[in-house]
Design a protein around this ligand. Sequence first.
Ligand code: PLP
Length: 654
Amino acid sequence: MVSKFAALWNKDGSVQASAPRWASLRAEMRSAFPTYYSTTSDPFADMVEEAIRYLNQLKPPQPTSSPSETPGYLGGDPSGPHYGNVTQARLGENMASIVDVLQQAADLFKGMPNWNHPLVMPNVIPPANTAAIISAMMTQVFSPNIIEGEYSWDVERTEMEASAILADLIGWPTEEAGGLFTFGGSGCYFYGIKYALTSCLGMDSRCNGIRTDAKVLVSQQGHYCKQNSTDWTGLGMENFIEIDTDDVTNAMDFAHLEEVVRELHSAGTPIAAIVCTMGTTDAFAIDPIDKVRALVDELYPLANHPEGVGRPLIYADAVIGWSWLTFKGYDFTANPLGFAPTVLAEIQKNYEAISKVIHADAIGCDFHKTGWATYNCSVVMVRDLHKFQELLSRPGSAYLQARTCYNPGLYTLEVSRSGSYSMAAWATLKFMGYEGFRSILGGILELQHYLRHEVIANEPTTVCVNAADSGFVTLFRVYKTGVDAQAQYERELNDPSAKAELEANNKLQQDIADMLWQWHRDGQLHGGSYAPYISYTSGFRPTDYDDESVEPGFIYAVKAFPMNVNITPEVMDELIRLVLVARDAIEAGEVPQPNDDAGSCPVPYSKFSDIKPLECASDEAGAGGSTSDNLLSGIGRQSLKALKRLRKRRSKKA
Ligand SMILES: *Cc1c(COP(=O)(O)O)cnc(C)c1O
């Protein structure tokens, strides 16, 4: 006797016409999920293909002569973003067609920057490579959860293998080191600080909370996520101490660090972590981590701190710099990839500086920055995985069983963790190999070399201001027609009597960037072309005045971050040509109206602009530049107080 309920269903999973509406909707919904069985023509694959084709239609047509015939945004629609009606969103009454939903989803990309477009170079935002994109998409189909092996099976291998590959590049024994994929470089940093706090303050800090004002030492140019991690771990933002940076190299001033460390050591104040930035976002400054290691080993010998309690842990924020490790083993003499001699020297310099990251206890690496993987995709590497596990393990849960040998959910911050991060990184590593990474990284420097030495240098009104940096970014200043840029910049840098000119020309840099931003967004041709999308920094470096009684000024610069592989020498020519078109327009009296509040956010989103961010009592940020400046440019301004300290130490030395 078949029950009435069971009788509603047919053998193939469909329902009888007499079935209630919920049951027929449920049965229909099966076509909205991938099948559990394989099919000869896979309707899911067809739909993926269709959706990707919508995205393809958002791209501009292939240019016939120059990339600047096409705009750097998607969808041919530069208006927007359109946030005005977001608070009106409501759940629809009925189910929609998937195709409609996908079409609407694709439309959301209209107007967004097209990171693959050669004229799009505002920041360290690389487009993702196809192996990473599609492998990460695969994880969306089967939902591996890398909380534990039972839920992700061999997809877990991507985390373990990617970590072994990185450990090997770093120079750590691959059977001791390990890595955990997490939510971005700031997530890695957060892991690093938690690890450091537990190591330094002991396990009791996990039971009874952080009750000791342990310090985190980080350079003044270190990334602002020092605030996120000290704040969210409960340590408190007053507990990071900013170490001065060298005003030329932007790297941590080791003499100042040593002074601070020795002072804290003799006062018995615990230092949980010393953060070494291995490649700052703009200047690519690399802190002297080898010296930091030697200092820690001298003052806090392992013999006195067998469990690590009381001993600072060294966290390397290498999210930008890590990929230079792929030059490990490169034959810099034979130079088989054929880099130009000056570029080769820069590559070698970068590799040698980054290779010192071996001295860290934990390292953050962003694959979504200098790994050309999908967003986001970051791994925090630890030198001693066993120690990390020991320090951070929890007893687990009643509803999860450790059925495989790999169960990171017992010690990660996250509970569920997407397999897409580690899959994308692993696929990228497999695809690129040493040669791929070396060519894409070295290639950026080759193109940048052309921009700096053949384009900017040959244009009398432009000057590259970060020629000494061998990172990914070119910072340059543009002057009015007829000005000798090189001579004018020298004056602005060194001569206090040129301070007013410095400031006027700072404004010009900002205006040019704003003008280009406005042009990028207006959908019009300017100088016969679509505008490049670049940006500017308001705190590249302070001036170099000898006269200490004069407040130093700050050098603004236009910035180009050429991360995508579609950039060619011709694109660099075009970039500078269009920058000069913007400069000429400003000289002719056009005033940029950058429309930075685009989107018309409704309440409650618009109310955020009324909020004054917390400033802690001893906050120095106000002295040099606002946090929002730092957010925009990714480069912290040297505070005036810090500059004065630096000068005092120098004159003491002299
Ligand atoms: C980008 C960046 C971070 C933050 O990383 P996210 O991946 O954006 O979370 C931290 N440190 C440095 C040096 C960075 O450039």
